[in-house]
Design a protein around this ligand. Structure first.
Ligand SMILES: O=C(O)C(=O)[C@@H](O)CO
Ligand SMILES: [Mg+2]
Length: 264
């Protein structure tokens, strides 16, 4: 049965990050995801999860200098040492939080760069991270991101991500299929999901094109939720959207999905 996790980076921004855990739990969520926990100690974040009986289903490995505009370093030559240190830091947090999925961002590639070089670096880093994570039973996720929101990002299409996943040779490398990005890049969401089901480790949702609640725009989410159920998807669905107004006011879609028996 599809299960929904609140994305605390985008949702419940009415309150500061530490208070978003209680807000999500009060709204009925049993699980949360967020981009980065590193501004806080692992102990602090673990305590917010425990106090609110929440599971953390996903966060990202350190992405390089985010404030300076970096969006991951996994495909950037010359950053391998920093990448490995980031993997160790991510594992340290994942163990403290009980997290079983870590997303690794590939990075922005300069125009005209030799993509073969970036691909080789990326595969080498994926294999290293996957090996380290496997010893703790953690999956490594890679996510194609649309080039309108993130121009220059290395990974765009589902096919590209699944080809790299297979080439990594690591069974714990999975694709994070964000329906918002996938719809913007290529559409054909239902068939693409069905075809790649075994290689998908996490799903994220938002309306297209506004990236708000999944109850408007060009994607029919009630239909997709039913399909995910029929296909036997057992993973989490991260609600990675920017609420149009107050987060609670926009949760009607979740109540409807729950009533229809989508969420258990
Ligand atoms: O943009 C997305 O979609 C993401 O999931 C990123 O926030 C990277 O995790
Ligand atoms: Mg996403």
């Amino acid at each position: 049965m599809p299960k929904f996790a609140a994305n605390l980076t985008m949702m419940f921004n009415e309150v500061a990050f530490p208070q978003r855990f209680a807000a999500a739990a009060a709204a009925g969520f049993k699980a949360v995801e967020f981009l980065f926990p590193y501004d806080y100690t692992a102990h602090e974040v673990a305590s917010w999860l425990q106090e609110n009986k929440l599971e953390n289903v996903l966060f990202n490995l350190p992405p390089g200098d985010w404030a300076a505009g970096e969006r991951g370093i996994a495909a950037l030559p010359g950053r391998e040492e920093e990448f490995r240190a980031g993997v160790a830091r991510g594992i340290e947090y994942a163990l403290a939080l009980g997290t079983k999925r870590l997303h690794v961002m590939a990075g922005l590639i300069p125009a005209g760069a030799d993509l073969r070089i970036h691909r080789e670096v990326y595969l080498g880093n994926l294999r290293h991270a996957a090996r380290e994570l496997a010893t703790h039973g953690i999956s490594l996720l890679i996510e194609p991101i649309n080039g309108r929101d993130m121009p220059g990002y290395f990974l765009h299409t589902q096919a590209q991500a699944h080809a790299l996943r297979e080439e990594s040779g690591a069974p714990n490398v999975k694709v994070q299929m964000d329906f918002y990005h996938a719809q913007i890049v290529e559409g054909d969401l239902a068939q693409t999901f069905r075809k790649n089901l075994d290689g998908i480790g996490h799903v994220q949702i938002a309306s297209v094109p506004a990236r708000n609640e999944p109850d408007d725009g060009e994607v029919n989410y009630p239909y997709l939720f039913r399909l995910l159920d029929e296909f036997g998807y057992e993973g989490w669905i991260g609600c990675e959207y920017r609420p149009r107004g107050a987060t609670l006011d926009g949760l009607g879609w979740l109540a409807a999905a729950t009533t229809q028996g989508v969420q258990k």
